[in-house]
Design a binder for this molecule. Structure first.
Ligand SMILES: *Cc1c(COP(=O)(O)O)cnc(C)c1O
Length: 518
């Protein structure tokens, strides 16, 4: 199937501004003012304070800041109460336009942004893109798994791919994306970047250590710019190889390496949108809501925190962790302390370093980059740091955290099925369990649990809990009949580099580096 062709044809159709799009732009201008006003263009600053502030497109193509920090908007645009009320019941793409446009003003023209947003979400299997389902009194699941790879990462990755392609087209350049994955990130990136003419994607995963659905999602994509590499080793081996490739300045310059993990701020900006669609559906801004988020790298929940800064009334953010509970311990004790990673049924949350937590710390320290640099140096030295009293108090004023272990996760999948006839995937179940505990304290506030994966991605965990395997939704059911294309390589850096150099369509002398992790 000539995917690149259909992609371009769709973009061309979308580029024509309809009456409806013009109306959308009028609403956006009312909300945020004219996007041609240069003084309103958001600059991006590093949490470590030493890297120069960048424009949106420069941030988009860089990933990690040169001082090792993460980029954040220099300021957050604020929506009036009337503007937020006006979002209620609007199509997802309309809300996405309103929320994302102030962050990209000056870098992406309004009509181009509209076209990208429409194309990014038109292939979702649910017309609402991110529908809400009620599973108990005042308890709702926000389903973020109706995209092409059945996990919430599609919502950001589909838009990110189009933004990167747009930025490269403007410069007449070409980029190479290299990433290591334990499953979801790789599949979402492959699906989003397949067929793009200016980007080559190389995804490394541990041979024999991802689920069959996850592997087939990565290996059955036919586009010529996609390269899936099974490394004979563990996820840590794949990750170490990717880090070594990014540390190679020559390679970065030759191939213009670009990162697509949640270090990339554009991914987080795209995730702000569904906090607005779901909260307004339940009565915001007249009524507060709370969110419970299955958390790993802290990107998703941090997008919610930005929504609150933009004016959305949120009572509490609940961090839900599995047995890898570094964030739950941090909120309880004030000490951020690394521990060994244990493998769970919710593998996308099996992390040791929660990268985006640095962004919240930067805000909790009133943007004191010196303080963040000291904390991160301490982490490098002693594998832990202690958060200052006032910063900790400001985090606790907005966040709660609960841990759910393996047995409780299985019990929660069973309970939700028994009581609500709803099948929650293990990541979502970890969050439902946390939400129930948070709700016991504040039963009057609607609790919105972010449903981050489709249960069919984790059939073994579901079968253990309820005795049946969920069916893969159409058209993914055909996944098992498609031919696979995989290169199996030994865990050997020079060999991996040679493989990539031989296949990347290098187009630029400019160097951009970023760290990529799953
Ligand atoms: C990536 C992922 C998460 C964790 O999201 P973060 O933004 O890293 O906190 C949770 N659930 C699923 C299914 C994921 O793929």
């Amino acid at each position: 199937m000539p995917r690149s062709l259909s992609f371009r044809a769709r973009e061309a159709t979308r580029a024509r501004t309809s009456w409806y799009e013009a109306a959308r732009h009028r609403t956006i201008r009312r909300c945020i003012g004219s996007r041609n006003d240069r003084s309103k263009h958001v600059k991006y600053v590093s949490t470590r304070g030493m890297a120069p502030p960048l424009s949106f497109d420069a941030t988009l193509l860089s990933g990690l800041a040169s001082d090792g920090g993460l980029y954040l908007p220099g300021s957050y645009p604020r929506l009036s109460e009337a503007a937020i009320a006006d979002l209620a019941g609007r199509p997802y793409a309309h809300v996405a336009d309103t929320i994302v446009s102030p962050f990209v003003a000056g870098a992406i023209a309004p009509t181009a942004l509209t076209a990208m947003i429409d194309a990014a979400y038109e292939a979702f299997r649910h017309k609402a893109v991110a529908p809400l389902v009620q599973i108990d009194s005042n308890l709702f699941v926000l389903e973020l798994f109706h995209g092409p790879t059945l996990a919430f990462k599609d919502l950001a990755m589909q838009l990110l791919a189009r933004m990167i392609d747009h930025a490269l087209a403007a410069k007449g350049e070409h980029a190479t994306i290299i990433g290591a994955t334990s499953g979801d990130t790789g599949a979402a990136a492959i699906e989003a970047f397949a067929g793009l003419p200016r980007v080559d994607v190389f995804i490394l995963y541990p041979h024999g250590r991802v689920s069959e659905v996850q592997r087939r999602q990565m290996t059955t994509v036919e586009a010529a710019n996609i390269h899936t590499i099974a490394i004979e080793g563990t996820f840590d081996d794949a990750q170490a190889s990717v880090k070594a490739l990014f540390a190679d300045a020559r390679l970065c310059a030759d191939l213009r390496l670009c990162g697509v993990n949640s270090i990339n701020i554009a991914r987080i900006l795209a995730q702000i949108v569904y906090y607005f669609t779901s909260a307004t559906a339940l009565g915001a801004p007249r009524r507060d809501v709370s969110f419970t988020v299955p958390t790993g790298n802290f990107g998703d929940i941090f997008a919610g925190w930005i929504a609150k800064r933009m004016g959305l009334p949120v009572e509490r953010f609940v961090i839900a962790t599995n047995a890898n509970d570094i964030l739950q311990r941090t909120l309880a004790t004030g000490c951020y302390e690394l521990a060994a990673v244990s493998a769970t049924q919710s593998p996308s949350m099996d992390i040791q370093v929660s990268s985006n937590f640095e962004r919240l710390l930067f805000e909790a320290y009133d943007r004191d980059a010196g303080a963040i640099t000291r904390l991160m140096a301490e982490l490098g030295k002693s594998r832990s740091f202690v958060i200052g009293q006032s910063a900790l108090a400001s985090i606790r004023a907005e966040f709660d955290a609960f841990r759910t272990d393996e047995a409780e996760t299985t019990r929660e999948i069973a309970r939700t099925w028994r009581e609500a006839r709803y099948i929650a995937d293990p990541h979502t179940a970890v969050a439902i369990s946390a939400a129930r505990r948070a709700q016991a304290k504040r039963p009057a506030t609607p609790q919105i649990v972010l449903g981050t994966a489709h249960p069919a991605k984790f059939p073994d965990a579901i079968e253990r809990a309820i005795g049946q395997r969920p069916a893969l939704p159409e058209p993914l059911a055909a996944l098992h009949d498609k031919a696979e294309r995989i290169a199996i390589l030994p865990n050997d850096l020079p060999g991996i580099e040679r493989f990539i150099r031989e296949r990347a369509r290098t187009g630029s002398r400019a160097a951009t580096t970023a760290k990529v992790a799953s």
